[in-house]
Design a protein around this ligand. Sequence first.
Ligand code: JFZ
Length: 431
Amino acid sequence: MGLFEERARRTEWFLDARFGMFIHWGLYSIPARGEWVKSAEKIPTEVYDQYFEEFNPVRYNPKEWAKLAKEAGMKYAVLTTKHHDGFCLFDSAYTDYKSTNTKCKRDLVKEYVDAFREEGLKVGFYYSLLDWHHEDYPHYGDNQHPMREEESFKGAGHNWKNYVEYFHNQVRELLTNYGKIDLMWFDFSYENKNLAGTEFEHMSGETWGAKKLITMMRELQPDIVIDNRLGGDARKPEPDLHAGDFVSPECMMPAGEAVDVLGRSIPWELCLTLNENWGYAKNKPWEYKTTENVIHMLVECVSKNGNMLINVGPNAKGEIPKESIRILKEIGEWMRVNSDSIYGCGKSELEKPEWGRYTQKGNILYAHIYDRRVGSFRLGGLEGRIKKARILEDGAEVRLEKPWNGLDYPKDAFVQLEIAGLYDEKDTVLE
Ligand code: JFZ
């Protein structure tokens, strides 16, 4: 099997799932100004260490997180096992900078894995390639580290090989000690100019020892789905070994589906904050996105063959913010009656309509109607092809008017159209 086919096989559940929970949690939940706070405010290590001394999430109960994710209709989750600050939420043998050495003494990753598994959700790990704590990670003159005045990468005397070995070892731990792991989310590759501005550091691909890393990972967890932030080209007909199984657009909605150079669809996932912060931040209620907005973005992703990962940033006590809980529960209410138009669905063969979005699964076309029209509702390009039309939420019949194929519909109704005559029985594969 070629790498393209292997990717397709591995990502089958992922494409079916469409919707997951991202969890950014770590020491930075204490200052509550986002996960970049150490770098953004140039906080010296000794000062940041006070959060390590203090960390004690007494109300951490991942079973509640898992229940919430499930209630929202999410099918998988991704937790920051280590973010850029280097703090590990798991009991690693390779560092002291870990949750089991804080007041709480708990392996937070283990409890997360057990809780989400129990709810039947797929389990993923986020792991930061950057590490502002490890002494061999180059703390050079870029915006990745608080000590911007420090020496450049090449001159600094950091033992890069040590760091690579360290993080490979940690990935091995993560993929050995916690049972089956469904997804790995590395973050991130970049190009960096040294202080003198004379050289570029390619913090990507083989700089991370990517091929060796991936080979090890595939041995430990043959089915694991991996993101594309190790670098590598996912768009080649035969994608790079370290290109990953899905692409992760830069926190923005792509214009259309992701395709390789041959025009074949590539799995992708949009990650999204509810409040402009990944790590916990004290947000005002009005800084949150609206539920409707988030649902529309989920639909938009699916209408472009993509997934959506919604972020929550639990606080220092281990609780997901109330506003996030409210939004996720409201999404759950919508999903309870409309998830048929999300799971296993993808891009429709029809153009984006002016009144909303289409998603499609086989010969069922889901019309996500956002705008009320004047008079009856006109569908373009479907004349004579609709066998029947139903409201997805309650199964109610929607009257079809000819010759216009106009529909009477309530605003925000989701009309399930079954299209007749498009495919014959044998030919159900969409292109
Ligand atoms: C990264 C992290 O720096 C951030 O803290 C958060 O974890 C987010 C999910 O991932 O942020 C990025 C990384 C890469 C890009 C954008 C944001 N990018 O490729 O443009």
